[in-house]
Design a protein around this ligand. Structure first.
Ligand SMILES: Nc1ncnc2c1ncn2[C@@H]1O[C@H](COP(=O)(O)OP(=O)(O)O)[C@@H](O)[C@H]1O
Ligand SMILES: [Mg+2]
Length: 361
């Protein structure tokens, strides 16, 4: 930070170091707008070197303006206004040709209440990062709205048609329409359940309740469920290694991870689905692979993103499954990767550390 002595005040050296460590920009000016001090982040955000700013006028070195082009410092008018005013709320401002900055200020008075303004402390934050975050939120909202609308449009369309022309359809036609309505309603429910998981993952509110989990038994149960629901038993192969350590995990979440990966292998892949569980010493590794098209290596980093569905939009998924799987694996302290299976399809492999009961969160 560069500081100037003024009115006998000296900016202390220890403070200077700490102020330069701040992630946000800081500018201190006197009541007339003369710049007293500038920290490193402020210089980086504004592109004005510290030594060029100190001692000069705010209006010359930092001509911040709002979206209507008004000069912020003039509008601030530290000398005028109510004597009780001390906080200037944050707002988005620009420097000429510069990116957006979020600027807030504090009027430092002597005495503190009702005195003259001695200094103005101004903080600057990068508006770009926040704008990007807001844009990605806006994108998420519009994607979610879109995803909810298509099944609801079909529910509304079929029910309206059935209500208006019930007697004109055959039993079979009515059955087909009601099945579609039923499936689309399920889809909305699934989407909302998954969105709640996504929100828990993103806000770090995911709770892991650990107990001893027998992963091979969970995999066997999962396969048995799918076979009971009509899938061919020969489609699944379970390979279990020796000496699996005792695993302290959240059983529901392990079921959810395995369920999602097997569902993907069946729906997006082809051929035999192999679930292989092996010890890696400090934990276990589970691979789920199939013999389908697989995933192009250059697309691999994208499969774990929200709503990414590659070219399988028509297959009815939400594109949230793998994002949730990754979040659940990571909540257990594990990692997940995707690669090409030896048989040619996709191979998802996750590793989980054994965990301990007291590690429970
Ligand atoms: N076993 C697999 N084989 C080929 N592609 C897959 C496989 N698993 C996932 N994918 C691709 O990754 C995308 C994202 O998967 P996921 O997040 O589970 O969403 P969803 O299954 O709802 O489409 C899928 O749409 C599909 O394109
Ligand atoms: Mg899926």
């Amino acid at each position: 930070m560069h500081g100037a002595d003024t009115d006998g005040r000296v900016v202390a050296a220890a403070c200077t170091i700490a102020i330069d460590d701040l992630p946000d920009g800081l500018i201190v000016a006197d009541r007339y707008g003369r710049v007293l001090a500038v920290n490193r982040a402020a210089s980086r955000l504004t592109g004005v070197p510290m030594e060029r700013a100190v001692g000069r006028d705010m209006n010359d070195v930092f001509p911040l303006r709002d979206h209507d082009g008004r000069e912020w410092w003039k509008a601030l008018d530290p000398e005028g206004g109510l004597r009780t005013r001390s906080r200037v709320p944050e707002r988005p401002l620009h420097l000429p040709g510069g990116q957006e900055l979020y600027v807030a200020a504090r009027l430092v008075r002597e005495p503190e209440r009702g005195g003259d303004v001695e200094r103005v402390a101004i903080t600057l934050r990068d508006g770009g990062a926040r704008a990007r975050l807001e844009r990605s939120r806006a994108d998420l909202v519009s994607t979610v709205a879109h995803e909810l609308r298509s099944p609801l449009t079909s529910v509304k369309g079929f029910t309206a048609t059935l209500l208006a022309k019930w007697s004109r359809f055959t039993e079979e036609q009515k059955l087909v329409m009601l099945e579609t309505v039923n499936n689309d309603a399920d889809r909305v429910t699934r989407l909302i359940t998954e969105l709640l998981d996504v929100s828990r993952i993103e806000s770090g509110r995911l709770e892991v309740r650990r107990q001893v989990v027998d992963i091979p038994a969970r995999a066997r149960r999962l396969v048995a469920g799918r076979v009971a629901a009509g899938e061919h038993e020969g489609r699944f192969r379970l390979v279990v290694g020796d000496d699996l350590p005792e695993m302290w995990l959240d059983q529901d979440k392990i079921d959810q991870i395995l369920g999602n990966l097997v569902e993907n292998a069946v729906r997006h892949g082809r051929g035999t689905v192999t679930i292989e569980i092996e010890s890696v010493g400090w934990g276990v590794a589970v691979s789920v692979r199939d013999e389908g098209e697989g995933i192009e290596p250059e697309l691999a980093p994208r499969v774990f993103r929200q709503f990414w569905r590659g070219n399988s939009r028509r297959r009815g998924g939400t594109g949230l499954g793998l994002f949730i799987v990754k979040g659940l694996v990571e909540a257990h302290g594990g990692t997940i990767t995707v690669q090409r299976a030896p048989e040619g399809g996709a191979e998802f492999r996750f590793t989980l550390p054994t965990g301990t009961p007291d590690f429970a969160s």
